[in-house]
Each structure stands twice: as structure tokens, then as C-alpha cells.
Design a protein around this ligand. Structure first.
Ligand SMILES: NC(=O)c1ccc[n+]([C@@H]2O[C@H](COP(=O)([O-])OP(=O)(O)OC[C@H]3O[C@@H](n4cnc5c(N)ncnc54)[C@H](OP(=O)(O)O)[C@@H]3O)[C@@H](O)[C@H]2O)c1
Length: 245
């Protein structure tokens, strides 16, 4: 496949698994995350000359453009971008504080739109590029205590459809992937807050069982590739059957 790909959330879970898969496909990667030590346990940064890691807090929206510009000056225009960085929190309405919800929006939505704005500039991306955003089945379905998280993931779906229309004239495609529960540090944190009974109830809600990172990354690499060149503005659910019940 090759090409210059930006991946956020590369230090953990889906973003980390995706980066490993993209390195095997000869891509040059700008990987964004914060905690390099988590990344170093999985990817040898010394020997992987096509992987460029930037430790950066995406809530610093004003600093994103310089980061992207520096990579493009050194390596050329972008062919693909995947926003895997995200935070998940349970905040029942009784504990709702606008600042807590704003923090989820900053990473899941505002950073996503800022990255999209910058990467979609003609000077920054090649025609035919592919942009993918991690939403969630929670963006299409509801769950108790998840007003903040569900609404950020639903916002992604609207952003994807609107930008897909706007960018189609350059054959740039924009799609969302909606995973069900996949085993990552994010879900380990979620499960640590739940009773055993609730955990097995959630597992039982996935007819094919809960997923692995490797169940999601091939879908993303397909969407990045030219094989999906006629797919845009879509919400692709990958959830072991969670949403069909
Ligand atoms: N796992 C699931 O079951 C599941 C289901 C549906 C949707 N999703 C979505 O899929 C995406 C990836 O999930 P995951 O399970 O792989 O999560 P994860 O293992 O918790 O990884 C999240 C990543 O986001 C990065 N991140 C968080 N806050 C950041 C910030 N302020 N600045 C820069 N990077 C930041 C983290 O970097 P650092 O740790 O280095 O800060 C980490 O690399 C998320 O959008 C999530 O909502 C996941």
C-alpha cells in the first residue's frame, strides 16, 4: 500500500495495532500520542525508520497545525489519516459537569475536526486520500451514563457525512468505523469500574463475543486502501453482532 499516513492514539489499543499493520504495508507514519513508553514496548523506534512519533496532547488544538506541517515538509503530502485517539468516560446525568464533558469533546470531536481541517487542505493531502474516524456503536445506540461519550461518537458520524460530500471533488474519502467492545486498555479501564455480572452481560450482548484489535485494523487498512475507492461518508459497524439484536 505505502503512502504517508497520520495515526492518532498510536501508543495504545487500536491505534497501536493499526500502526504495526501499516508498517508491514510499507507506509510512512506520523504517530501521535502522549506516553512514548507504552509505544516502545511494542514498536522498536530505532529500527523502524518509517515511523515518526510525536508526543503531543491533542487538547492543545492550536499546536496541531505546526506538528502536521513539520511532517509534511519532511515527508510530503498525506495519503491517509486515522483518528484513533479517544477517551471514554461514564458520567451519569446526576454527576454531569460541563467541564468533564468538554474534556471528552476536546479529544473525540474538536481535535478530530481540527485535524480534518488541516489535513484536507490541498497543499497538505493528495487527491484520493482517505480519512477514517473511530466512532463507536455507542455513536448510533444509547447506553446509561454515556450522554457525553455517546454524543461525541454521534458527532463524528455527522462530521464524516458532511466532509465526505465537501471533499468528494478531490476524490478524498471520509468514513467512520464503529467498533463494539474490543479488548484494549480503554475497555480494561471500563471493566474495572463494573461488577462481574455487568461485564458478563456486556460480553453476552456480542453474539460473536467481544472483539480483538485485530478484528478492527483490517477494516481500517481496507478503508485506507484504493480497494475501497467508491466508499465514502459511511458508518461501518464492526461489533460482533452487538447492534443487530
Ligand atoms: N476499545 C473499544 O472497545 C472501543 C469501542 C468503540 C470505540 N472505540 C474507540 O476507538 C478509539 C481507540 O480506542 P482504544 O480502545 O484503542 O483506546 P485506548 O487503548 O485507551 O487508546 C487511546 C489512545 O488515545 C490517546 N489519547 C487519549 N487522550 C489523548 C490526548 N489528550 N492527546 C493525545 N492522545 C490522546 C492515548 O494516548 P496516551 O495514552 O499516550 O495518552 C492512546 O494512544 C477511541 O476513539 C475509542 O472511543 C473503542
Amino acid at each position: 500500500m505505502g503512502g504517508n499516513i497520520i495515526v492518532t492514539g498510536v501508543t495504545s489499543g487500536i491505534g497501536l495495532g493499526l500502526s504495526t499493520a501499516l508498517l508491514e504495508k510499507d507506509c510512512t507514519i506520523l504517530g501521535i500520542g502522549r506516553d512514548i513508553s507504552k509505544l516502545q514496548r511494542q514498536i522498536n523506534l530505532e529500527s523502524n525508520k518509517q515511523f515518526f512519533f510525536e508526543s503531543f496532547d491533542l487538547s492543545d488544538l492550536g499546536g496541531i497545525e505546526e506538528l502536521i506541517n513539520n511532517f509534511i515538509s519532511a515527508h510530503g503530502k498525506i495519503d491517509g489519516f486515522v483518528h484513533c485517539a479517544g477517551i471514554e468516560e461514564t458520567i451519569p446525568l446526576s454527576m454531569y459537569k460541563v467541564d468533564k464533558v468538554r474534556r471528552i469533546y476536546e479529544i473525540n470531536v474538536f481535535a478530530a475536526i481540527e485535524l480534518l481541517r488541516i489535513v484536507s487542505k490541498k497543499k497538505n493531502s493528495n487527491d484520493g486520500a482517505s480519512f477514517i474516524f473511530l466512532s463507536s456503536v455507542m455513536g448510533a445506540l444509547g447506553q446509561s451514563g454515556k450522554v457525553g461519550y455517546c454524543s461525541t461518537k454521534a458527532a463524528i458520524l455527522g462530521m464524516v457525512k458532511a466532509s465526505a460530500i465537501e471533499l468528494a471533488k478531490r476524490k478524498i474519502r471520509v468514513n467512520a468505523v464503529l467498533p463494539g467492545i474490543v479488548t484494549t486498555p480503554l475497555t480494561e479501564k471500563l471493566f474495572s469500574e463494573l461488577s462481574e455480572e455487568n461485564i458478563s452481560r456486556i460480553k453476552d450482548m456480542h453474539p460473536l463475543g467481544i472483539g480483538e484489535v485485530g478484528d478492527i485494523t483490517p477494516v481500517i487498512t481496507f478503508l485506507l486502501s484504493n480497494q475501497s475507492r467508491w466508499i465514502t461518508g459511511q458508518s461501518l459497524t464492526v461489533d460482533g453482532g452487538y447492534s443487530i439484536q
